[in-house]
Design a protein around this ligand. Sequence first.
Ligand SMILES: *[C@@H]1O[C@H](CO)[C@@H](O)[C@H](O)[C@H]1NC(C)=O
Ligand SMILES: *[C@@H]1O[C@H](CO)[C@@H](O)[C@H](O)[C@H]1NC(C)=O
Ligand SMILES: *[C@@H]1O[C@H](CO)[C@@H](O)[C@H](O)[C@H]1NC(C)=O
Ligand SMILES: *[C@@H]1O[C@H](CO)[C@@H](O)[C@H](O)[C@H]1NC(C)=O
Ligand SMILES: *[C@@H]1O[C@H](CO)[C@@H](O)[C@H](O)[C@H]1NC(C)=O
Ligand SMILES: *[C@@H]1O[C@H](CO)[C@@H](O)[C@H](O)[C@H]1NC(C)=O
Ligand SMILES: *[C@@H]1O[C@H](CO)[C@@H](O)[C@H](O)[C@H]1NC(C)=O
Ligand SMILES: *[C@@H]1O[C@H](CO)[C@@H](O)[C@H](O)[C@H]1NC(C)=O
Ligand SMILES: *[C@@H]1O[C@H](CO)[C@@H](O)[C@H](O)[C@H]1NC(C)=O
Length: 783
Amino acid sequence: MFLSLIYVLLALTVVHGFTLRAWDQAYALANATVANLTLTEKVGLLSGVGQFNSRCVGNTTPVSRLGLPAICFQDGPAGVRLVKNVTGFPTGINVAATFSRRLMQVRGQAMAEEFRAKGVHVLLGPAMDIVCTRSFYFPLPLIQRYRLDAQPQGWSRMGKVRNHQPRCLILNVLNESPSGLHSFGPDPYLNGEGAFATITGIQSVGVQACAKHLVANNQEHWRYGLSALVDDRTMHEMYFYPFLRAIEAGVTSIMCAYNQLNGTSSCHNAGLLGPTGLVRSAGFQGASATLSATGAQRTIPRRTTRTQGSTWSSREIISSLAGGVFGEGGGNLASAVNSGAVSIARINQMVERVLAGYYRLGQDSGYPTVNFDAQHSDGSGSLNLHVDVRSAAHTALVREIGGASAVLLKNNRTTTTGTATGVTTRGLPIAATRVKTMAVVGQDALLPNLSCNDLNECNDGTMSAGWGSGSNSLQYIVPPITAIQNFVGTSATIATSLSNDLSAGPAAAKGKDVALVFVNAMSGELGAYDTVVGNMGDRNDLALWYKGGSLVEAVAAVCNNTIAVIHSVGPVSVSWSDHPNITGIIYAGAPGEQTGPAIVDVLYGAVNPSGRLPFSIAEDEASYGTTIVYNSLGFPVVNYTEQLLIDYRYMDAQAITPHYEFGFGLSYTTFAYSGLKITSTGSGSSSAVTVSFTVANSGAVAGTEIPQMYLAYPASAGEPKRVLRGFDEVKLGVGASATVTMSLSAREISIWNVVSQAWVRPAGTFTVTVGASIKDIRLTGTF
Ligand SMILES: *[C@@H]1O[C@H](CO)[C@@H](O)[C@H](O)[C@H]1NC(C)=O
Ligand SMILES: *[C@@H]1O[C@H](CO)[C@@H](O)[C@H](O)[C@H]1NC(C)=O
Ligand SMILES: *[C@@H]1O[C@H](CO)[C@@H](O)[C@H](O)[C@H]1NC(C)=O
Ligand SMILES: *[C@@H]1O[C@H](CO)[C@@H](O)[C@H](O)[C@H]1NC(C)=O
Ligand SMILES: *[C@@H]1O[C@H](CO)[C@@H](O)[C@H](O)[C@H]1NC(C)=O
Ligand SMILES: *[C@@H]1O[C@H](CO)[C@@H](O)[C@H](O)[C@H]1NC(C)=O
Ligand SMILES: *[C@@H]1O[C@H](CO)[C@@H](O)[C@H](O)[C@H]1NC(C)=O
Ligand SMILES: *[C@@H]1O[C@H](CO)[C@@H](O)[C@H](O)[C@H]1NC(C)=O
Ligand SMILES: *[C@@H]1O[C@H](CO)[C@@H](O)[C@H](O)[C@H]1NC(C)=O
């Protein structure tokens, strides 16, 4: 609370004078500008200067005679990448674990303040790809590489596929920049709220957000050409839903995905992008639904030439904005106009859409000029001006989110008095006054290589982000070991074993008052192009890396107060969790540069944990309803036959009990729920339901509860057994209580009707459950 107060005070002093315009006004300005542009200039605004000619990861060609700058597109979703003097923010999965719309929004704003100050017009995020917890092990990486390289001109033929049956969801993994880590997990509602709040925050300081990746970009393996088959209802209720919320937040741009949907590239898929496709039907007015400054865009110019002149009923060219890898496509586009294959009206519309976002957020006036050079990420060269965009407020916010996203999974606490008010003897929070000897074990406690390459393909210390274009640039990081040593000072002796050595760890921990074991699991981007410790983007399995589980067990065998801290991009196997000597387990995600101070706050009780799992942790991969696809000799078809049933929805349907359920997380205090009231008014599309209840802090310390609301539809609706439909963040002192109100819109109690192509409220009785997780139900009612 203290930290967030500081943040708010400092934020108020930051002035970002900009005028938010209505779309109509923005289009009027865009149209007037377009009227003055030559064809070459228009094409330059669509195809850009090429990734490797850009100061950013993508730039449009400037039109200096009209004062139009090179519009700058920059990674990534967890802070500025390829640039020095910036903050390493927490990942999307961490802010999802806070279940705090407040923190989601201020994180978006704080990141955007840094992008703005660096001169970036478009922040390439947030990612909102639903995490399917697929692991997808493909043992023949060379095939993928071969196919990409062998047919550089042949993208449209690359869709040749092999159909894998059965396909109940692919397996694995919370991957990095596209799928898992930087989105908000496997639940569409949580992803939608995360997208809405993040975009609201980003655009509040005049930076354009870019919702990505449209759509079904749910795995790294084969993402350059797999074809996702997603039926209409599943699309609306699951994969498109976060984009719908992004559009409602006023997002100015959307990035299409590399993968195909229904056999057609996402980037020229009329069902997605056409005049009657999903995004326009949802009211998207923004710059080019097809904007894809880095990712998919790299391949677009080629495809553009193959599909030019087609109509939306088949394929359509798209605006290939902001720089293909080689800046190709522009010349082809101009020729296509000159030959009549593409109308100038279409080109004008594309350019207007690009410029509309720029004008809508007032970027035509007083916007900082680009002051870095992404081509020299080490900070060298005359174009890197080293503008320091860090601030004390951002640092404090990263630490606050790190603490608020830590999920306390186990706490077998004993105290001096045997009561909750006693001083801790084992478990959490650690009582610094009682601990004289301690051990810190595990490579994950250590400072990582801060000079890792541009894609952060290192996991040689603590894990604070994944690898790929979703990584951020770390100016510095405070690793757990440093923060612990600083905090403990001389109050205890600290033995260390900062590796995963299965002998040295227990040797350091034996007989100590407490042993802290840091373990991790990482994922990343680019599939077979970017293998890290044998993982091709997607994780190979649910195991902790470097035998982390064995390390925890080895330490627990010799220390009866072993506390495990997991830095992971998603669920990991915790088969060891019931070990009686393991008194505490914290899932800390990928929390950004203040990872050390944030975990100290939680370990020693300055922060009472309130993080909740934004996914289920199950015993094994099979519990996620997935099958591993091996040996695909070409881009596979991925049929989303599981439809609405992923993660907890699948486990509910199959009566699988997860190890730790969705929404789960312990606190150092306890909360009591009472007084559920449900008010239902209207019917059909004018329905509105209000749910209220009281939450009280019934324990011994102040804390934050995250009440969650789940909805069970009438059986005839064909919905999962329960779906998340509300959450809140309630800070309460000891003995304090608060009334929490959550509302359900007509859409939130509807299903997507594929016949009427509308959200329709099913007839019958709905059951509302309110509680501290999907299984920890405290109140139940109906309407
Ligand atoms: C801008 O031009 C397009 C045609 O390209 C037109 O549809 C739109 O109404 C115009 N908008 C404004 C605000 O003039
Ligand atoms: C377009 O060009 C005309 C004539 O040169 C100029 O008066 C006008 O300001 C320009 N408009 C824009 C939007 O650049
Ligand atoms: C910016 O980053 C560079 C390179 O890491 C560093 O040497 C310099 O001190 C930083 N400048 C500021 C103002 O923080
Ligand atoms: C994809 O194909 C399925 C099955 O034919 C259909 O229900 C769905 O509407 C299609 N999606 C899009 C965006 O065209
Ligand atoms: C850090 O990573 C870079 C890039 O992989 C490598 O060249 C360098 O040797 C690493 N530094 C250390 C200390 O491991
Ligand atoms: C834990 O181990 C310590 C010695 O390392 C011992 O003094 C203590 O009694 C043990 N506590 C329990 C609950 O086993
Ligand atoms: C728990 O730790 C104690 C040392 O404190 C050890 O003697 C005992 O064997 C451990 N228990 C298990 C189940 O490993
Ligand atoms: C919790 O710790 C106590 C000893 O302090 C032990 O008896 C009990 O088995 C532990 N419970 C679990 C679930 O590990
Ligand atoms: C995809 O799965 C659906 C539902 O099981 C099935 O109806 C459809 O035929 C499958 N499509 C393909 C191409 O296998």
